[in-house]
Design a protein around this ligand. Structure first.
Ligand code: SF4
Length: 336
């Protein structure tokens, strides 16, 4: 069963949505810049703002195909805005808000549609029965009502109402969106279009998090970046591509011009005026173009890659940084 465009609009994270976008051959640049997608951009902002403010995104009356189309495109844009803010709090809140929105829509659907979406998340729901292993993956078992001992079971299958199956799906959606967003990086163009909102959210949220680079902590940086910093500090002649990699990386993780200048200031041939100009050019403050850090494959061709074990899981220095931070945070949580 394939979904119609307005059904896809209610569940823009499903496979049918990806296939539909592919079929329509509309790329993200068009949605970002073309005037006809203005409504999609406005709705993307609304999604993020409502998630933050209310903890849930309100359903929108979708009156025609154009509105459904705008609703579909607003979803990837909203995700990119969230990724650009780089706040774990926002990622969690947004993922939950999208999942709750989907839950409200799902509850009104026929059983066949609920089953189709459940299947996408690996939940086999047949005749109101769900295997206990799927149940345990997604049930909110902190609530006594959901504890397995309080459920009716038959041969390893748990009996559930349609509403309860939708609640399992809600949790599966939340997981999916959250996990994807933790490792997503927004292209610089997102900052061009939604820069004002992103800065506002960063200021609001990141003050509460350890996101801001204090002094410059090198603990979680990938080896290529640590190596570049060490080379600059020891007065070695770092090629332009190396300086470019370092500045774009530090800018992407939230370092200010002053933070970046501090690193270059330890170089023996430091020229503040010239370096400031170069940093502000690369970070878009005077050029209007925010350059993204290069991928590992590119850095490798420049001879600036010095991989360690964790690099096997990363294809981008920012992904390495995020994996390392996440790993450190998880081990901190375990200790606490
Ligand atoms: S693999 Fe990537 S992150 Fe690791 S050192 Fe090389 S360029 Fe840096």
């Amino acid at each position: 069963m394939e979904f119609e465009i307005c059904q896809i609009a209610r569940y823009p994270f499903i496979e049918d949505a990806k296939n539909w976008v592919k079929k329509e051959k509309i790329d993200i640049q068009e949605v970002l810049y073309e005037p006809i997608y203005e409504r999609a951009r406005a709705r993307a902002v609304e999604r993020v703002e409502q998630a933050l403010k209310y903890g849930v995104i309100k359903e929108k009356a979708l009156l025609d195909e154009i509105e459904c189309m705008m609703e579909i495109f607003s979803y990837p844009l909203a995700r990119l805005i969230v990724a650009a803010v780089e706040s774990e709090y926002l990622v969690r809140r947004y993922a939950l808000a999208e999942a709750k929105k989907a839950y409200e829509s799902l509850k009104k659907e026929e059983t066949a549609i609920i089953q189709k979406i459940a299947r996408e998340f690996g939940i086999e729901a047949k005749d109101g029965m769900v295997h206990f292993s799927d149940y345990l993956k997604f049930a909110p078992t902190w609530d006594i009502k959901w504890k397995l001992v309080n459920r009716v079971m038959d041969k390893g299958y748990v009996e559930l109402s349609n509403d309860e199956i939708c609640r399992l799906i809600q949790e599966a959606i939340r997981n999916k969106i959250q996990n994807e967003l933790f490792y997503m990086f927004a292209p610089p163009d997102i900052n061009k279009i939604f820069g004002e909102l992103i800065s506002k959210l960063k200021n609001k949220l990141l003050a509460k998090e350890i996101k801001k680079v204090e002094g410059i902590s090198e603990k979680d940086y990938p080896p290529c970046i640590k190596n570049l910093i060490a080379a600059i500090k020891s007065g070695m002649n770092v090629p332009h591509v190396g300086r470019f990699t370092l500045v774009t990386f530090l800018n992407a993780i939230g370092a200010s011009t002053e933070d970046i200048l501090k690193i270059f200031s330890s170089s023996p041939d430091f020229n503040e005026e010239k370096t400031r100009y170069q940093i502000e050019h690369i970070t878009g403050k005077i050029s209007g173009t925010v350059y993204a850090p290069p991928k590992c494959a590119t850095i490798r061709t420049w001879g600036l890659c010095f991989p360690d074990e964790l690099c096997k899981k990363a294809n981008h220095p920012l992904l390495y940084y995020r994996l390392k931070r996440r790993k450190n945070e998880l081990s901190k949580e375990k200790i606490l």
